[in-house]
Design a protein around this ligand. Structure first.
Ligand code: WT7
Length: 664
C-alpha cells in the first residue's frame, strides 16, 4: 500500500501526465473484466470546456459488456465464488437474518430479469424502484442492469410527493415497491405511499401502468422464490395497510412462479445508461444524475478495492441506504464486482439500543466498516460504554462519507471505535462523481483528522478563486476537477442544459463540485463545506464546518450547525444551533464557554453572535442538516420553501419557538 501512496502523490504532482497515465492504469484494470467486444479509439475521450463545444465524457467507446454479468456470472462461473456469501441480510428486528450466496443471487436476478421482460420492459426503458433495504432491492436493480433497463431508485424514506416528482421526471414505465417496513419502532406503509404517488402521477397525466409489489412484512412462507428465503417477519404488524389495485398491481412472488432462472444478459455499449439517481439541486428541483455502464463499473470496483484495501476474506459493511449513491456504489456495484461478502442492514444504529452496530460487527466479524459522520456523532452522544460492551477485534478499516467530519468525531471514531488500530478513510465524493475522488488509502496515506487527504488515481483537483484563477500551494477556494475519471456523471437525465450550467458554466474548463476546499502546506485537501454554506463575516470567508467543529469540541455539545444571519455592519453574523449531550443543561455559563471556545479556536472573527439550544436539528432522511431551513429560522422567516425531504418537520416549529432574539 505504501507504493500506492507514492503513486497517489505522484499523480497529484504531475497532473499533465495523469491523463496518459490514467489510460494505462484503467486499461490494465479493464483487462480484469469481461468485454463482449473490445473498445476502439481513446480510452477516455472528453471535453470539459464549454467554450470549446458540448461537454462530454466517453470511456471505452465501442466496447460492449454487461455489468450484471461481470458482478455475478463471472464471479460464479469463472472465479468459482458460487458458494461465497454475497450478503448477510439483517432485518430491523434483531434475529431477523438470512444470507444469499453469489450463485443464489445470480439465479434470483435472472428470474426477476425474466419477470421484467415478461412485463414488457426493454433495453433503455426506465424502471423506478421504491423499496426498503432488502435483498430484493439489489435483485431488482441488477435485474434491470441485466436487461439494459435504467433503474431509478428512490429512497424509501422519501414522501409520495417526491416519488411522484421523480417518476414524472424519469418517465418510467414500471414501479417496483414493497408492502411496508419497520424503521425501529415505526411502521412505514410503503405501498400506501407508492399508491399515493401513482395517483398524483395519474392526475398529472402520466399513468404508470404497472406496479410490482414485494411482500416484505406480509410474506407467507409458502411463497417460495428460488434460493434463500427471507424468514417470515418476526413481529406481527396489525397496522400494515396494503391497498391493492388489480388493474395496476402485480405480486412479486406470483410473478416469479414459473420464471426461468436463466437469462442471457443484454450486451450494452460502454456509454449506455446504467441508472439515474436524483440529487437535490440549488433550484429545489432534483436532478437525475446519469451514470453509464463501463466507466462506472471500473471506477466503483477499483475505488472499493483500493480505498477499503479489500481482501477476499473481508466482511464488509456499509451502513448507507441503497437509495443513495453510497449504497449504489459501495453496497451493490463495487463490492459485488470484487466478489466481496457484505452485511446488508435494514435497521437503525439506535434500535433496539445504541450498541446495535457493534453487536453486528462482533457477530459477523466485520473487517471493513463504512458510515457517516452524523451516525458517529449520534453514537458519540452516548459515550464509549455502549461501544466497549463489544470487542470489535475484527475491524481493520473505518470509513466515513457524506459531510466534513469534525476532528472531534474523527478522533472518537479512531480512538474509541477503532481503538487506534484502524486507519480512517475519509472519502470525499458526490452522487455526481460516482465514486471516491478525494480519499486516503488505508495504512498508506498519513492521516490528518478531518482531511479527505489526496485525490484518487486519475483525479486532478484544483482550487480556484472567485475570478477562476487556479491557486497554488496552501490556499482556499472553490474545489474543481480538471479532467474526468471513468465514473463521473454523464448528464442530467433529460436536461443536458442543466448539466452544463450546474457543473461547467461558472468556471469554463473545470467540473465545479460546489464545495469549498482548503489545501494546507503539506498538500492535504480539507473540504470546508458547500460553497453556499460559506459565511462572509466582515469580509472574511468562514466555513460553517469550521465553526461547528469548534463548538462540537466542547464536551457538552453533541452536534452543532451554524448559519449566517444578515448583519448590518459585518455582512453576516454567526447564528449557532447546538444540540447538547445526554443529560447536559443549557445555561449562560455554558453559552459563554462556547463563545470563548470558538473565539479561541478560530479567532475573534468567528465569535458566535447567537447560540440557540436545539434539542433536534432539521435533517434530511439521509442525515444531512438542512442549513437552508436553519437560515430561515435564524431570520424568523416562515417561508421555508420545499421541505419535503425533512425527516421530522416538528423540529422546525420547536426551533422557531425558541429562537434567539438577542446576541450573546
Ligand atoms: C456532498 C455530496 C458521496 C456520497 C454521499 C453524499 C459532501 C461528501 C464528504 C467528505 C466532506 C463530504 C460534499 C459533497 N461530502 N463526502 N468526506 N468530506 N464533505 O452524496 O448527496 O451527492 O452529497 O456531500 O459537500 O459535495 P451527495
Amino acid at each position: 500500500m505504501l507504493s500506492l501512496f507514492s503513486l497517489q502523490l505522484w499523480s497529484w504532482m504531475c497532473p499533465s501526465l495523469t491523463i496518459l497515465y490514467s489510460a494505462e492504469f484503467w486499461g490494465d484494470i479493464a483487462k480484469d473484466f469481461f468485454w463482449k467486444t473490445k473498445h476502439t479509439g481513446q480510452f477516455l475521450d472528453y471535453n470539459f470546456d464549454v467554450t470549446k463545444g458540448e461537454i462530454f465524457v466517453k470511456c471505452m467507446g465501442g466496447a460492449s459488456t454487461n455489468i450484471c454479468y461481470n458482478l455475478l456470472d463471472r464471479n460464479v462461473h469463472e472465479k468459482k465464488l458460487g458458494d461465497k456469501v454475497a450478503f448477510y441480510w439483517l432485518g430491523n428486528e434483531p434475529g431477523d437474518e438470512m444470507m444469499v450466496t453469489y450463485r443464489e443471487l445470480l439465479q434470483r436476478v435472472c428470474q426477476f430479469a425474466n419477470v421484467l421482460k415478461s412485463q414488457g420492459v426493454k433495453k433503455g426503458d426506465c424502471v423506478s424502484i421504491y423499496m426498503p433495504m432488502v435483498v430484493e432491492l439489489v435483485i431488482a436493480m441488477l435485474a434491470c442492469a441485466r436487461i439494459g433497463a435504467i433503474h431509478s431508485i428512490v429512497f424509501a424514506g422519501f414522501s409520495a410527493e417526491s416519488l411522484c416528482e421523480r417518476i414524472l421526471d424519469s418517465q418510467c414505465s414500471l414501479l417496483i415497491t414493497a408492502d411496508g417496513f419497520y424503521r425501529g419502532d415505526k411502521l412505514i406503509n410503503l405501498k400506501l405511499l407508492a399508491d399515493e404517488a401513482l395517483r398524483k402521477c395519474r392526475e398529472k397525466g402520466f399513468p404508470v401502468e404497472k406496479c410490482i409489489m414485494l411482500k416484505h412484512l406480509s410474506k407467507e412462507t409458502e411463497e417460495t422464490a428460488l434460493g434463500s428465503q427471507s424468514p417470515p417477519a418476526k413481529r406481527s404488524c396489525p397496522d400494515l395497510q396494503v391497498p391493492w389495485n388489480p388493474d395496476v398491481d402485480l405480486c412479486w412472488h406470483t410473478l416469479l412462479l414459473g420464471a426461468s432462472d436463466e437469462c442471457e444478459p443484454e450486451w450494452c455499449e460502454s456509454e449506455d445508461p446504467l441508472f439515474i439517481l436524483y440529487t437535490s439541486g440549488s433550484t429545489g428541483k432534483p436532478k437525475g444524475v446519469l451514470h453509464t455502464v463501463s466507466g462506472y463499473m471500473l471506477y466503483t470496483a477499483t475505488t472499493f478495492k483500493l480505498v477499503f484495501d479489500y481482501q477476499p476474506e473481508d466482511i464488509y459493511w456499509c451502513t448507507a441506504d441503497i437509495g443513495w449513491i453510497t449504497g449504489h456504489s459501495y453496497i451493490t456495484y463495487g463490492p459485488l464486482a470484487n466478489g466481496a461478502t457484505s452485511v446488508l442492514f435494514e435497521g437503525l444504529p439506535t434500535y433496539p439500543d445504541v450498541s446495535r452496530m457493534w453487536e453486528i460487527v462482533d457477530k459477523y466479524h466485520v473487517t471493513k466498516f463504512y458510515t457517516a459522520p452524523t451516525a458517529i456523532r449520534l453514537l458519540m452522544k452516548y459515550g464509549s460504554e455502549p461501544v466497549q460492551k463489544y470487542k470489535r477485534e475484527s475491524l481493520k478499516v473505518l470509513g466515513t462519507v457524506g459531510e466534513p467530519i469534525n476532528p472531534e468525531a474523527w478522533l472518537w471514531y479512531y480512538n474509541v471505535v477503532g481503538e487506534k488500530r484502524c486507519p480512517i478513510v475519509d472519502t470525499f465524493w458526490q452522487t455526481e462523481t460516482g465514486g471516491h475522488v478525494l480519499t486516503p488509502l488505508p495504512a498508506a496515506t498519513p492521516m490528518k483528522p478531518g482531511s479527505a487527504t489526496f485525490p484518487f488515481f486519475g483525479v486532478v483537483p484544483a482550487i480556484l478563486n472567485e475570478s477562476g484563477e487556479e491557486l497554488e500551494g496552501p490556499s482556499e477556494g472553490y474545489l474543481v476537477f480538471k479532467q474526468p475519471w471513468p465514473g463521473v456523471m454523464r448528464t442530467v437525465y433529460g436536461n443536458y442544459q442543466r448539466f452544463e450550467t450546474t457543473y461547467f458554466k461558472k468556471f469554463p474548463g473545470y467540473y465545479v463540485t460546489g464545495d469549498g476546499c482548503r489545501r494546507d502546506k503539506d498538500g492535504y485537501y480539507w473540504i470546508t463545506g458547500r460553497i453556499d454554506d460559506m459565511l462572509n463575516v466582515s469580509g472574511h470567508l468562514l466555513s460553517t464546518a469550521e465553526v461547528e467543529s469548534a463548538l462540537v469540541e466542547h464536551e457538552s455539545v453533541a452536534e452543532a450547525a451554524v448559519v449566517g444571519r444578515p448583519h448590518p455592519v459585518k455582512g453576516e453574523s454567526l447564528y449557532c444551533f447546538v444540540t447538547l449531550s445526554e443529560g447536559v443543561m443549557y445555561n449562560h455559563t455554558l453559552e459563554a464557554q462556547l463563545k470563548k471556545q470558538v473565539r479561541e479556536k478560530i479567532g475573534a472573527i468567528a465569535t458566535p453572535d447567537y447560540i440557540q439550544n436545539a434539542p433536534g436539528l432539521p435533517k434530511t432522511r439521509s442525515g444531512k442538516i438542512m442549513r437552508r431551513v436553519l437560515r430561515k429560522i435564524a431570520c424568523n422567516e416562515r417561508d421555508l420553501g420545499d421541505i419535503s425531504t425533512l425527516a421530522d418537520a416538528s423540529v422546525v416549529e420547536q426551533l422557531f419557538q425558541n429562537r434567539c432574539t438577542t446576541a450573546v
